[in-house]
Design a protein around this ligand. Sequence first.
Ligand SMILES: Nc1nc(=O)c2c([nH]1)NC[C@@H]1CN(c3ccc(C(=O)N[C@@H](CCC(=O)O)C(=O)O)cc3)C=[N+]21
Length: 291
Amino acid sequence: MTATLIDGKAFAARLRQGIAGQVDAMRARGITPGLAVVLVGEDPASQVYVRAKGKQTREVGMTSFEHRLPADTSERDLLALIGRLNDDPAVNGILVQLPLPEHMDEAAIINAVDPAKDVDGFHILNVGLLATGQKAMVPCTPLGCLMMLRDHLGDLSGRRAVVVGRSNIVGKPMAQLLLRDSATVTIAHSRTQDLPSLCREADILVAAVGRPGFVKGDWIKPGATVIDVGINRTPDGLVGDVDFEAARAVAGAITPVPGGVGPMTIACLLANTLTATARKNDLPDPEGLTP
Ligand SMILES: Nc1nc(=O)c2c([nH]1)NC[C@@H]1CN(c3ccc(C(=O)N[C@@H](CCC(=O)O)C(=O)O)cc3)C=[N+]21
């Protein structure tokens, strides 16, 4: 038996279609959602993402603001730009592309973004709101993973979920979202003892460690749903954190890389921009785009 492929690319395209319809409806009322993306430095992978984000932002009818700053920009100048974007009524969402250059205090930059415009959901206020079950801006990658899991599995309550990776960007918020859906959640990481046996307990396995092919086929419970968050550039091309060929022989369903979580991340960025715009204008949250 071979696993069902969870087609993130197609899912994201449907999501963007729905978003485009809701943007049209907003524009008919004189509101155009705007997303500002800030890129510091010339990292080639980051340039690719930022270009893709700008293109898709415009395709759904939103305004895209792009700010490219040299790698040696001072923290003060970046904070000043964020201040202007916070004050700009045409900007509903702000994303500062990570990682930032070494000389910058990443936490200080993230927390300088107006929490209402924090479409990445990285501001401490949003982290706290999510953790306490209140209305938050939710990080894009975990939100996209949750949408695919619900779509494939339906109700997640009582299912055993193992999240491998404990980053603020993916692992921790992913665990919070699964917990909110009443899954039984374990966060595993590099110090976890006997990771293979722990993973074999998982009905839902989320791999977010950033190491190519780290999760092996025999770590997977037969029939499990596997979400591969990894985006690793190797001489063999773009590969995930899961040994895909071995995993697909065991899993019930699996997301491919590319074409899985990545496209959903960008679609959820647009979803969050729409949500931020709706909240700013005292409109109800858009249907199906918030957890
Ligand atoms: N503040 C911030 N927010 C982010 O959301 C953020 C960030 N910084 N820094 C970098 C990472 C990475 N990221 C990706 C988004 C889409 C794909 C994506 O669409 N990938 C395609 C393949 C694209 C390719 O070929 O390179 C796929 O998986 O099918 C990948 C990676 C968002 N990030």
